[in-house]
Ligand binder design. Structure first.
Ligand SMILES: *Cc1c(COP(=O)(O)O)cnc(C)c1O
Length: 443
């Protein structure tokens, strides 16, 4: 059994072992699951889109909606266990606090990384023991610290002296992790500009913690969200070792290393390999290791469907070309907030047009001779609300047609606003391409 701080549930263990004992590689399993996944997602999209008549529906019935495949979250968990056995994942709730995702991860035995009172409350409410939560925000609101103390959420991070005084006042029994900064220059969203103590200041912070009789139990870092350089993990693990040794010389007995998040589906195996060997080189097996993956678990699991509310024809007389501006019912102030905050470029695909239902149809063969250029815009009155300034489709897209975008699970719905009176709450239709996950969820 993989080293884990929480017992792995029986169902999970069964399917995990079945996977190994049949000689199936995880790769085969994943390919199979991904095929079923597209089939289930396609069916859910089709039934919803076909049920909506835009000429007669109630206000909002034609709003954008998600289809979430919880089986994808489950497969990512197997993949984690296969590649990072030593690291217990604590899902970063901020990335997507979807209640079914949280429920599945809780059943799978992961921990949770929360950064506010509301996130802590949401996770506690589904029955997660407070010992499985880390309040991983180095700069905390006082009333939230009192809330954490009242509810037994002891693990929390800090990176400055003021936070130590605050902890002394409000929660002297907290189990503290010193967050150190990292080289996050190769990541999508840099975090170390805002958080993390420089290595040179670690010793002063530890001395202050000692003086205040606080309990520092480990080191935490984050290599940046959407990290792309595996070497960032090596350097961060080496720096963490340095701080562990400093702490030992001051009389602390650190027992846990928190390697943060930053993992992406595309580069996961390469990252995990570098991280695993760094851990084995610098941290003996009795040191507990936790991580805080967010994006990794949910990015691919969510697909969004949006409909075209308006279209403008743009004729260029000099070039003799015609292109179109499409206006959708969701944009950067809504679920496409990831374009602004997370530097994403979601890829538009046709879901439903006058040629019929087209999910998964244009995955290849896009280069037909008769391509038309489109730009895609959100529904608000702001010019910044653009989803794609140029994309090509081989068929005509009209008002009322539907588009879809894949990999919309991370940093999308959670940062949507209600700007201009548009909704920030969108339906999620759940499917599950893994029987193991369905069983855990009682679906
Ligand atoms: C945002 C965040 C995470 C999750 O990062 P991902 O890149 O989505 O894995 C983990 N830990 C902390 C402290 C964060 O701020």
């Amino acid at each position: 059994m993989a080293r884990s701080d929480y017992p792995i549930t029986e169902e999970y263990q069964l399917s995990y072992e079945a996977l190994q004992s049949t000689g199936n590689t995880l790769g085969n399993h994943v390919d199979h699951g991904a095929g079923i996944s597209r089939q289930l997602i396609g069916e859910a999209l089709r039934s919803r889109v076909e049920a909506i008549n835009q000429d007669t529906c109630e206000v909002g019935d034609e709003d954008a909606f998600f289809v979430a495949d919880l089986g994808e979250v489950y497969r990512q968990h197997l993949r984690w266990k296969n590649n990072l056995k030593r690291v217990t994942p604590h899902y970063a709730v901020k990335c997507n606090p979807d209640p079914q995702v949280l429920r599945l991860l809780s059943e799978l035995g992961t921990g949770f990384d929360c950064a506010s009172k509301t996130e802590i409350e949401q996770v506690l409410k589904i029955g997660v023991d407070p010992s499985r939560i880390i309040y991983a925000q180095p700069c905390k609101t006082k009333s939230y610290v009192r809330y954490a103390a009242q509810h037994g959420v002891k693990q929390m991070t800090f990176d400055n002296a003021d936070e130590l005084y605050k902890t002394k006042q409000l929660f002297p029994d907290a189990e503290l992790y010193l967050r150190i900064l990292t080289d996050d220059s190769a990541s999508l969203c840099r975090l170390s500009q805002k958080f993390g103590a420089a290595l040179e200041s670690a010793v002063e912070l530890l001395e202050l913690a000692k003086k205040l009789e606080l309990n520092v139990v480990g080191v935490a870092f984050h290599v940046g969200s959407g990290a792309s350089d595996p070497k960032a993990f090596l350097k961060a693990v080496q720096d963490a070792r340095f701080v562990f040794d400093q702490a030992a010389s001051l009389g602390f007995n650190m027992h846990t290393l928190d390697v943060g998040g930053g993992f992406c589906g595309e580069t996961f195996e390469a990252m995990a390999a570098v991280l695993s060997s760094a851990l084995d080189a610098y941290f003996p097996p009795h040191i507990r290791v936790i991580g805080e993956p967010g994006r990794y678990y949910v990015s691919k699991a969510f697909t969004i469907a949006c409909h075209v509310i308006a279209r403008r024809t743009v004729a260029d007389a000099t070039l003799g070309t015609t292109s179109y501006m499409l206006y959708m019912n969701d944009g950067v102030y809504g679920n496409f907030s990831s374009i602004i905050f997370d530097h994403q470029n979601p890829v538009p695909r046709i879901l439903q047009s006058s040629n019929g239902f087209a999910y998964d149809k244009h995955r290849s063969g896009y280069d037909t001779p008769s391509m038309t250029e489109y730009s895609i815009w959100g529904p608000t009155c702001d010019g910044i609300d653009v989803i794609s300034s140029s994309c090509m489709f081989s068929e005509t897209v009209d008002v009322g047609d539907w588009l879809y975008f894949e990999e919309m699970g991370a940093y999308t719905k959670c940062s949507a606003t209600r700007f201009n009176g548009f909704t920030d709450s969108h339906d999620v239709l759940y499917v599950c391409s893994e029987p193991g996950a369905s069983a855990l969820l009682g679906l």
